[in-house]
Design a protein around this ligand. Sequence first.
Ligand code: BGC
Length: 738
Amino acid sequence: MRTAKLSCLIIIFVVLTSLSPALVSSSSQDRIEQRINSLLARMTLEEKLGQLQQLDGEANGNFRPEHVEMVRKGLLGSTLNVRGAARTNELQRVAVNESRLKIPILFGFDVIHGYRTVFPIPLGEAATWDPAALERSAAIAAREARAAGVHWTFAPMVDIARDARWGRIAEGSGEDPYLGAMLAAARVRGFQGSDYSAPDKVVATAKHWVAYGAAEAGRDYNTTDLSERTLREVYFPPFKAAIDAKVGTFMTAFNDINGVPATANPFVLSDVLRSEWKFDGLVVSDYTAVMELMNHGLARDEADAASYALNAGTDMEMVSRFYNKHGAALIRSGKISTTTLNEAVRRVLRIKFRLGLFEKPYADEARETNSIFTPEHLAAAREIAARSMVLLKNQGDFLPLSKGVKAIAVIGPLADSQKDMIGSWTGDGKAEEAVTLLTGVKSKVSPQTTVRYAKGSELNDNSTAGLDEAVRVARESDVVIVAVGESAEMSGEAASRSSLDLPGQQMQLIKAIHATGKPYAVVLMNGRPLTISWIAENSPAILETWFAGTQGGHAIADVLFGDVNPGGKLPVTFPRSVGQVPLYYNHKNTGRPPDLNNKYTSKYLDVPWTPQFPFGHGLSYTKFKITNLKLSAVQMGRTGSLTVTAEVQNVGKRSGDEVVQLYIRDVTSSVTRPVKELKGFQRVTLQPGETKRVEFSLGPEQLGSYDRSMRFGVEPGEFKVMVGPDSANLVQATFQVR
Ligand code: BGC
């Protein structure tokens, strides 16, 4: 009897403990909703509208005098750019001690690739093909930002970009929805952890919702016009991955989508985000995007703009003040319902509760001093930067260089530029803390090595005054490193270009160095694919380093001198000519696929149709072989799955990393499919001679597509499976879905 009672108790205990995590989280969620209800019941209309207002601080991190008064009256819910523990605490004290309802302020900031310790630009981080590295860099950025009083980062930017003219390609993960989705989720995990109320976490933002990267002609803020299919297949997946990783907030995009600007687009904001994906977090507009609804030609006036945006599902207004100014009248006239308003306020408060701001409104000022720019963070920045580098070419194993070389020349407008090294979204990063390539090289080579430097040219002007000096320095040296590319401001926001060539006299500089006959390596720093055909054909070695961040110079030197074997891969296609853009690997086959022997096929008269460097390309100082592609089945049902395995072997003499990439092709389908679609990848490290087996699984999620009625599913027929080191060199097998 006693044993029966005991076992009964044990069973109850086991059931309760196994249930408890769910119970705890749903009950804490319930408690949050109750607290929101009780606040909402006490809020005036003005206070509610105040929660929906976000205003900009000063660039240096200060709040503005008017913020204090607004906060005191409960008329300001959030700021952007206000940062620093003491400053945020000062304004927060006004909210908590002096406002009627004591609702804390939400401090937002663009922590894009690091807060003070700057990591490579996002496109560079994407070139690691290593979600764990991105998670780590985001976690460090979050630790530093939260210590400085920032609760909310406007990152990750997860816009797919197929057009290198668009400067914001630098801020995302490139052209591929699958890679983009994996990396979006990793960044969200890194920023938020499992609970973003933790003192070293921030709430993340998936932005810009949506299709911003599809701006026509690559011109920033431009219109987009896309089918629902393209939206769902190409532009949505990284956002959905962010949702699955529990991202707290979304930001609307500036662009018009199929005639309805994203900030007022009920299809994307309401039907997809809220109804389909069940997102209960907060949506903030982009900077003055509510105001811009008038320029778009949607809203007649300020009130109309507010009504469009709030009714569509944009909860918080960044910088423009139309909700605040016109909200009360719109409610009175019934153009906005109280339910809609309350729902928006509820979402803002929900994030504040989830961040734990009501319990812990203040930043810990001691933490700010000891958890920012630490040696550990710098070491991670150096390691991740080195992992992001892509060896585009290495003729005759020219790289790595010997540290014992007698004389080395470091040449180029980017060779000693601190401000460019940290890229275009530098958070609170300081150019004077960045390590340049010249410094990196000097601290790498032997004490006997002479290091000479010449700028050679400016980045972007017509002067050739520096060329002679550069040539002289090159002639006096045994080896030359030439650092060329773009300035940091030539990519990022409002930095579209119609040419993808190296700007200014930089090509002249490279040709002049080339003419000396000295062996040289080209180090590229840039925020987008560039057209570098001459260099690709003539220069011995090319290392793509993006904008590598605070520790960039050390990381580049680590790679150039072989302390790190490069293993990054391109997350974007490099075209040969800007006229090929948009050029991406996952295109359709067309009815007339390119055929050199047939004029009437899909190609150009003046440039090959192929890219200069394909998506996924990247070399190593060792060599790999990918063989033994095997499928666990050659036939399967529509809901089945199969396992793909392949072997990768290091057949060279150094240890190194290979990124094994898995692509599929649905050969025939009721709706045509791309010639290749990435569906898996693994970055593996192999010692010389070592072989590893990599395994991928393909099921309905990877094999499915949208049919003509936009229903997602797997269609019967033949599928190709391709595995290789990039999107162009693949071994393949086939299977059938019945
Ligand atoms: C950008 C956003 C950014 C916001 C706040 C806008 O101009 O498009 O990406 O988060 O400014 O700085």
